[in-house]
Ligand binder design. Structure first.
Ligand SMILES: Nc1ncnc2c1ncn2[C@@H]1O[C@H](COP(=O)(O)OP(=O)(O)OP(=O)(O)O)[C@@H](O)[C@H]1O
Ligand SMILES: Cc1ncsc1CCO
Ligand SMILES: [Mg+2]
Length: 538
């Protein structure tokens, strides 16, 4: 007898025989998948006549019995009843849950496709007698759904649905993510998806094409199984966790490395910043390349030490930003994200949120207005791209930066008179079903300051150029070095150069020139012990 409370949702296969490769059958694919670690099967055959569907269902059921894996039938309650399947999965346009439950009885599994918060509210209102698990998605675009009614929501969208399950107290309801999940994004999704309180993580992932369309479905399932069991997401191989204090020694090495390897820093940035950013990159011994030509992104990302600065200041086409992000994520090369004017307009908000939902960033950098908005702590929206008068409250800035670092599992930087840097780490472990470890408040944070330098905030694109500086240094580090330390080094270097330049300049015009000179000088001399910026752990 099925005990529906003990179902293992970790690797949930949904069938689709329209995508079978030559030489395979529905049964053969399901069988090898079961042999290689699939824990739950859903028969979803949209285009099949009832008679054939039942024949297939019986065959698949036999296989499932052999492996003691439950079989769920998509949509067709009648078929599920006819063959005594273990449950039914229904979509939003299928039979209402209450009727499905009446027909199936209390012991069968009912799954529901959910993509919106109000749907979570509905299932919560039905109580534990309604829905047993939800398929949350779609996470990423997929070819399986020809005309999807929902937009892809990314890990961030899935996390929001988990938040809703928490706030509506639907604790019985299990969750799997579905839509466009492949080995290259599954560890990241499992790592990033968690409710804000950290108590809820996914129970599993659901795949269709990755197994069904594979010429070697056994191997495909094995790969997925291994990724889930490994329970780790690594932004870069072997990235070790933050352990030591920031040190001059690391800074010196980081600068030296940057000189030696000369990272290629692809800038997709606003027009205001392009020339300034290119000069700063050169001053830091690195190679700038401004490119918004999609076909060359992949080649660029393959260059050793390639790094991407993604700045949404003047809005490049969304498809270009998205493509660049995907390419660098797939190549496991770092991206520094600068969501300029994040909440200044609804267009920017939407665009930046979509990027944040899909991608993984080594560093997210913003001014106070941007970071407060990203953390949902900003009252009202930003007026433009500059920070405005918000945020003299440093403890609020620290709180917001921690939220951003935690939410996006990144190193977050909030600029201002005092720069706040928080290590949300870009790699770590995830735990299916058990919640995520730690929380935002526990993350390591530092403040970098060199006193009030008003002119630094008075030239355009000075924040954007800090982005270039971070990208150069982050591009130089090896997989085993601390990303956080590299970011701290960059922020210290930049602030120190700003201080020197402010003393040498005659106003904001000459400040820009002096800033490049000072960066060049500090970088070439490479004596971090002489940098004027002060770093303090908080
Ligand atoms: N009052 C200040 N005192 C010292 N440093 C400052 C001050 N204001 C800004 N900075 C520094 O100037 C740089 C830019 O910070 P700011 O918060 O102005 O960025 P931003 O608004 O994103 O800039 P932009 O969008 O024009 O590129 C950072 O390195 C920050 O440390
Ligand atoms: C002025 C301005 N407008 C869009 S981006 C930018 C540069 C500073 O962020
Ligand atoms: Mg900015």
């Amino acid at each position: 007898m099925l005990d529906k409370n003990k179902v293992d949702y970790s690797l949930y296969l949904v069938t689709d025989s329209t995508m079978l490769p030559p030489g395979t059958t529905l049964e053969s694919q399901v069988e090898v998948a079961l042999q290689n670690g699939v824990t739950l099967v859903q028969l979803r055959e949209k285009e099949t006549d009832t008679k054939v569907f039942i024949e297939q269902a019986l065959k698949v059921q036999k296989l499932c019995h052999k492996f003691q894996v439950p079989l769920i039938i998509n949509d067709r309650v009648d078929v599920a009843l006819a063959i005594d399947a273990d449950g039914v999965h229904v979509g939003q346009d299928d039979m209402p849950i209450k009727m499905v439950r009446q027909l199936l009885g209390p012991d069968k599994i009912i799954g529901w496709s959910v993509g919106h918060e109000h749907e979570v509210e509905q299932l919560a209102a039905m109580g534990p007698g309604g829905v047993d698990y939800v398929g949350l998605g779609m996470v990423y675009p997929t070819l399986t759904k020809k005309n999807p009614k929902k937009a892809p929501m990314g890990p961030r969208g899935v996390s929001k649905l988990l938040d809703k399950l928490q706030s509506t107290k639907a604790e019985w309801c299990r969750t799997v993510a579905i839509g466009g999940l492949h080995p290259d994004n599954i560890p990241r999704v499992l790592y990033q998806v968690a409710s804000s309180d950290g108590k809820r993580t996914l129970d599993g992932i659901s795949v269709v094409s990755d197994i069904m369309a594979s010429p070697d479905a056994g191997n495909a399932a094995q790969t997925l199984r291994a990724l889930i069991d490994d329970a780790r997401f690594q932004y870069a191989e072997g990235l070790s966790p933050f352990t030591k204090e920031y040190s001059f020694e690391f800074a010196r090495k980081c600068v030296q490395q940057t000189t030696e390897v000369s990272p290629l820093v692809q800038h997709i940035t606003n027009k205001v910043h392009q020339n300034f950013g290119a000069n700063i990159t050169l001053a830091l011994g690195s190679s700038p390349i401004m490119s918004e030509v999609e076909p060359e992104f992949e080649e660029l990302s393959q260059v050793p030490h390639a790094t991407l600065l993604l700045n949404t200041g003047t809005v490049a086409p969304f498809s270009t930003l998205l493509h660049a992000m995907r390419v660098y994520n797939a190549a496991r090369r770092p991206i520094v994200f600068d969501p300029v004017g994040y909440s200044a307009t609804s267009t920017r908000l939407e665009l930046n949120n979509q990027l944040l939902a899909y991608g993984q960033f080594a560093c997210i950098k913003g001014n106070v207005g941007e970071i407060l908005s990203l953390a949902d702590l900003n009252k009202g929206k930003m007026r433009g791209v500059d920070a405005g008068s918000v945020g003299s409250d440093i403890s609020l800035c620290v709180e917001a930066t921690k939220i951003v670092a935690y939410r996006y599992r990144t190193v977050a930087v909030c600029t201002g008179q005092q720069d706040v840097i928080v290590d949300g780490t870009c790699g770590g472990t995830f735990r299916l079903s058990e919640g995520s470890a730690g929380g935002a408040s526990a993350l390591p944070a530092v403040i970098v300051e060199a006193g009030e330098i008003p002119v630094m905030g008075k030239i355009t694109a000075s924040g954007c150029s800090l982005g270039s500086t971070i990208a150069c240094l982050v591009g130089s580090i090896s997989d085993k070095q601390h990303l956080f330390h590299a970011v701290v080094t960059a922020v210290c270097l930049y602030k120190s150069a700003g201080k020197i330049a402010s003393e040498r300049c005659h106003g904001s015009g000459s400040f820009q020139v002096e800033l490049i000179d000072a960066l060049d000088q500090l970088f070439t001399e490479n004596h971090p012990e002489n940098w004027v910026a002060n770093v303090s752990r908080i």
